[in-house]
Design a protein around this ligand. Structure first.
Ligand code: NAD
Ligand code: TYD
Length: 380
């Protein structure tokens, strides 16, 4: 198959392209505008592979999309390009509507026009796979059952609302025009190459630099965490085996409060990068004389945890019921949270050049916008 992947220079898209190149014989046409979140270096060795082609194209540009379909003639689309950060959507929602809603509609139309001119066999085999989030379902109380594919949509943030709108458009293009679509709604991903404004990489890098670890509210909000390579495997399986028109929920069977996540990061860093501070201790001997001795004191990374004002509209809990994808397609996550988090932390320790390059002036401006006025409420 030749697969047109949008957003293939982002966190999940690059993991998907690496998976396609390393684990399959498919070709990948990578369509990405290279916003602040996109970085071709995240593609690793897949970047220069003969089965990978990169097109710097914005999905808001319909003409450019038509050209890409005409020139590359894909057998399938996997649509990941999006504005993806909830806090940014609160600070500036417009671009979320432009990219996630209008951009998706452009891509659907470009795909539909191209698909409608294919021969009958190619039309049947074509797939438009839309990659979405569990945030479209809103939030859960502590005892509520997990999200299923039948849970009604109730998005809370501008990001979640824009993704919900895009899911509705994709379903409408199936129902109205017969476009053979697939939708997946996945929980929070973590792993290598995640842009360091999201919880896990932000906390790893702040802790390494001895900066405060800004936990929103009391850190009691719950997320379900999935290692990004498990997500890439699920996406490939859904594309190859999923039923057109169907939705699949994907999750990590791994619910954690934010405090559990942050303390797990701190504990692993205490082990891998212990911080000691040399201190002179002054004591008195039996005769009342002062004795000075140098000792090393271990400082725990968790002492950096700092509670800051909460995110407006902060969803309390997400949880995924993965019965459908597990029963129908035989998928289940392979990575445990402990093993996945260790791999992730080691990756950030070993890839400081990638980190330095993505933390540009634009990144620093965002950190100032989001955390500047928040200030710390309290520490542990
Ligand atoms: P990301 O922000 O890391 O990457 C997004 C990519 O899209 C970037 O490479 C960016 O350059 C590109 N992009 C943005 N606007 C574009 C435009 N107008 N035209 C073309 N390219 C554009 O995001 P991610 O975390 O990799 O998420 C990818 C997809 O998966 C998104 O659709 C997101 O909603 C969904 N998702 C993410 C998570 C998660 O935990 N990160 C969970 C479930 C679903
Ligand atoms: P995030 O990585 O932004 O993902 P999402 O909001 O899409 O779930 O945040 C994950 C959780 O971590 C969420 O409950 C908000 C919280 N959070 C903090 O407590 N502090 C932070 O600095 C960030 C970025 C997130």
């Amino acid at each position: 198959m030749k697969i047109l992947v949008t957003g293939g220079a982002g966190f999940i898209g690059s993991a998907l392209v690496r998976h396609i190149i390393e684990k399959t014989s498919h070709q990948a046409v990578n369509v990405d505008a290279l916003t602040y979140a996109g970085n071709p270096e995240s593609l690793g060795q897949a970047r220069d592979h003969p089965r990978h082609v990169f097109e710097q194209v914005d999905i808001r540009d319909r003409q450019a999309l038509d050209r890409v379909f005409r020139e590359h003639r894909p057998d399938a689309v996997m649509h990941l390009a999006a504005e993806s950060h909830v806090d940014r959507s609160i600070a500036g929602p417009s671009v979320f509507v432009q990219t996630n809603v209008t951009g998706t509609q452009n891509l659907l139309e470009a795909a539909r026009v191209y698909w409608s001119e294919l021969d009958a066999h190619a039309r049947r085999a074509f797939r438009f796979h839309h990659v979405s989030t569990d945030e479209v379902f809103g939030d859960l109380g502590p005892e509520d059952p997990a999200f299923t594919e039948k849970t009604p949509y109730a998005p809370s943030s501008p990001y979640a609302a824009s993704k919900a709108a895009s899911d509705h458009l994709v379903r409408a293009w199936h129902r109205t025009y017969g476009l053979p679509i697939l939708i997946t709604n996945c929980s929070n991903n973590y792993g290598p190459y995640q842009f360091p404004e999201k919880l896990i990489p932000l906390m790893i890098l702040n802790a390494l630099e001895g900066k405060p670890l800004p936990v929103y509210g009391r850190g009691e909000n719950v997320r379900d965490w999935l290692y990004v390579e498990d997500h890439a495997r699920a996406l490939r399986l859904v594309l190859e085996k999923g039923l057109p028109g169907r939705t699949y929920n994907i999750g990590g069977r791994c619910e954690k409060t934010n405090m559990e996540v942050v303390t797990a990061i701190c504990d692993i860093l205490d082990e891998l990068r212990p911080v000691t501070s040399d201190e002179s201790q002054v004591t008195k001997d039996g005769d009342g004389l002062q004795v000075t001795s140098d000792t090393s004191r271990v400082t725990r990374h968790s002492s950096l945890i700092s509670f800051v004002p909460d995110r407006p509209g902060h969803d309390r809990r997400y949880a995924i019921d993965d019965a459908r994808i597990s029963r129908e397609l035989g998928w289940r996550p392979q990575e445990s949270f402990d093993s996945g988090l260790r791999k992730t932390i080691k990756w950030y320790l070993d890839n400081t050049e990638w980190v330095d390059r993505v933390r540009t002036g634009e990144y620093r401006e965002w950190i100032e916008t989001n955390y500047g006025q928040r200030g710390a409420v309290s520490t542990l």
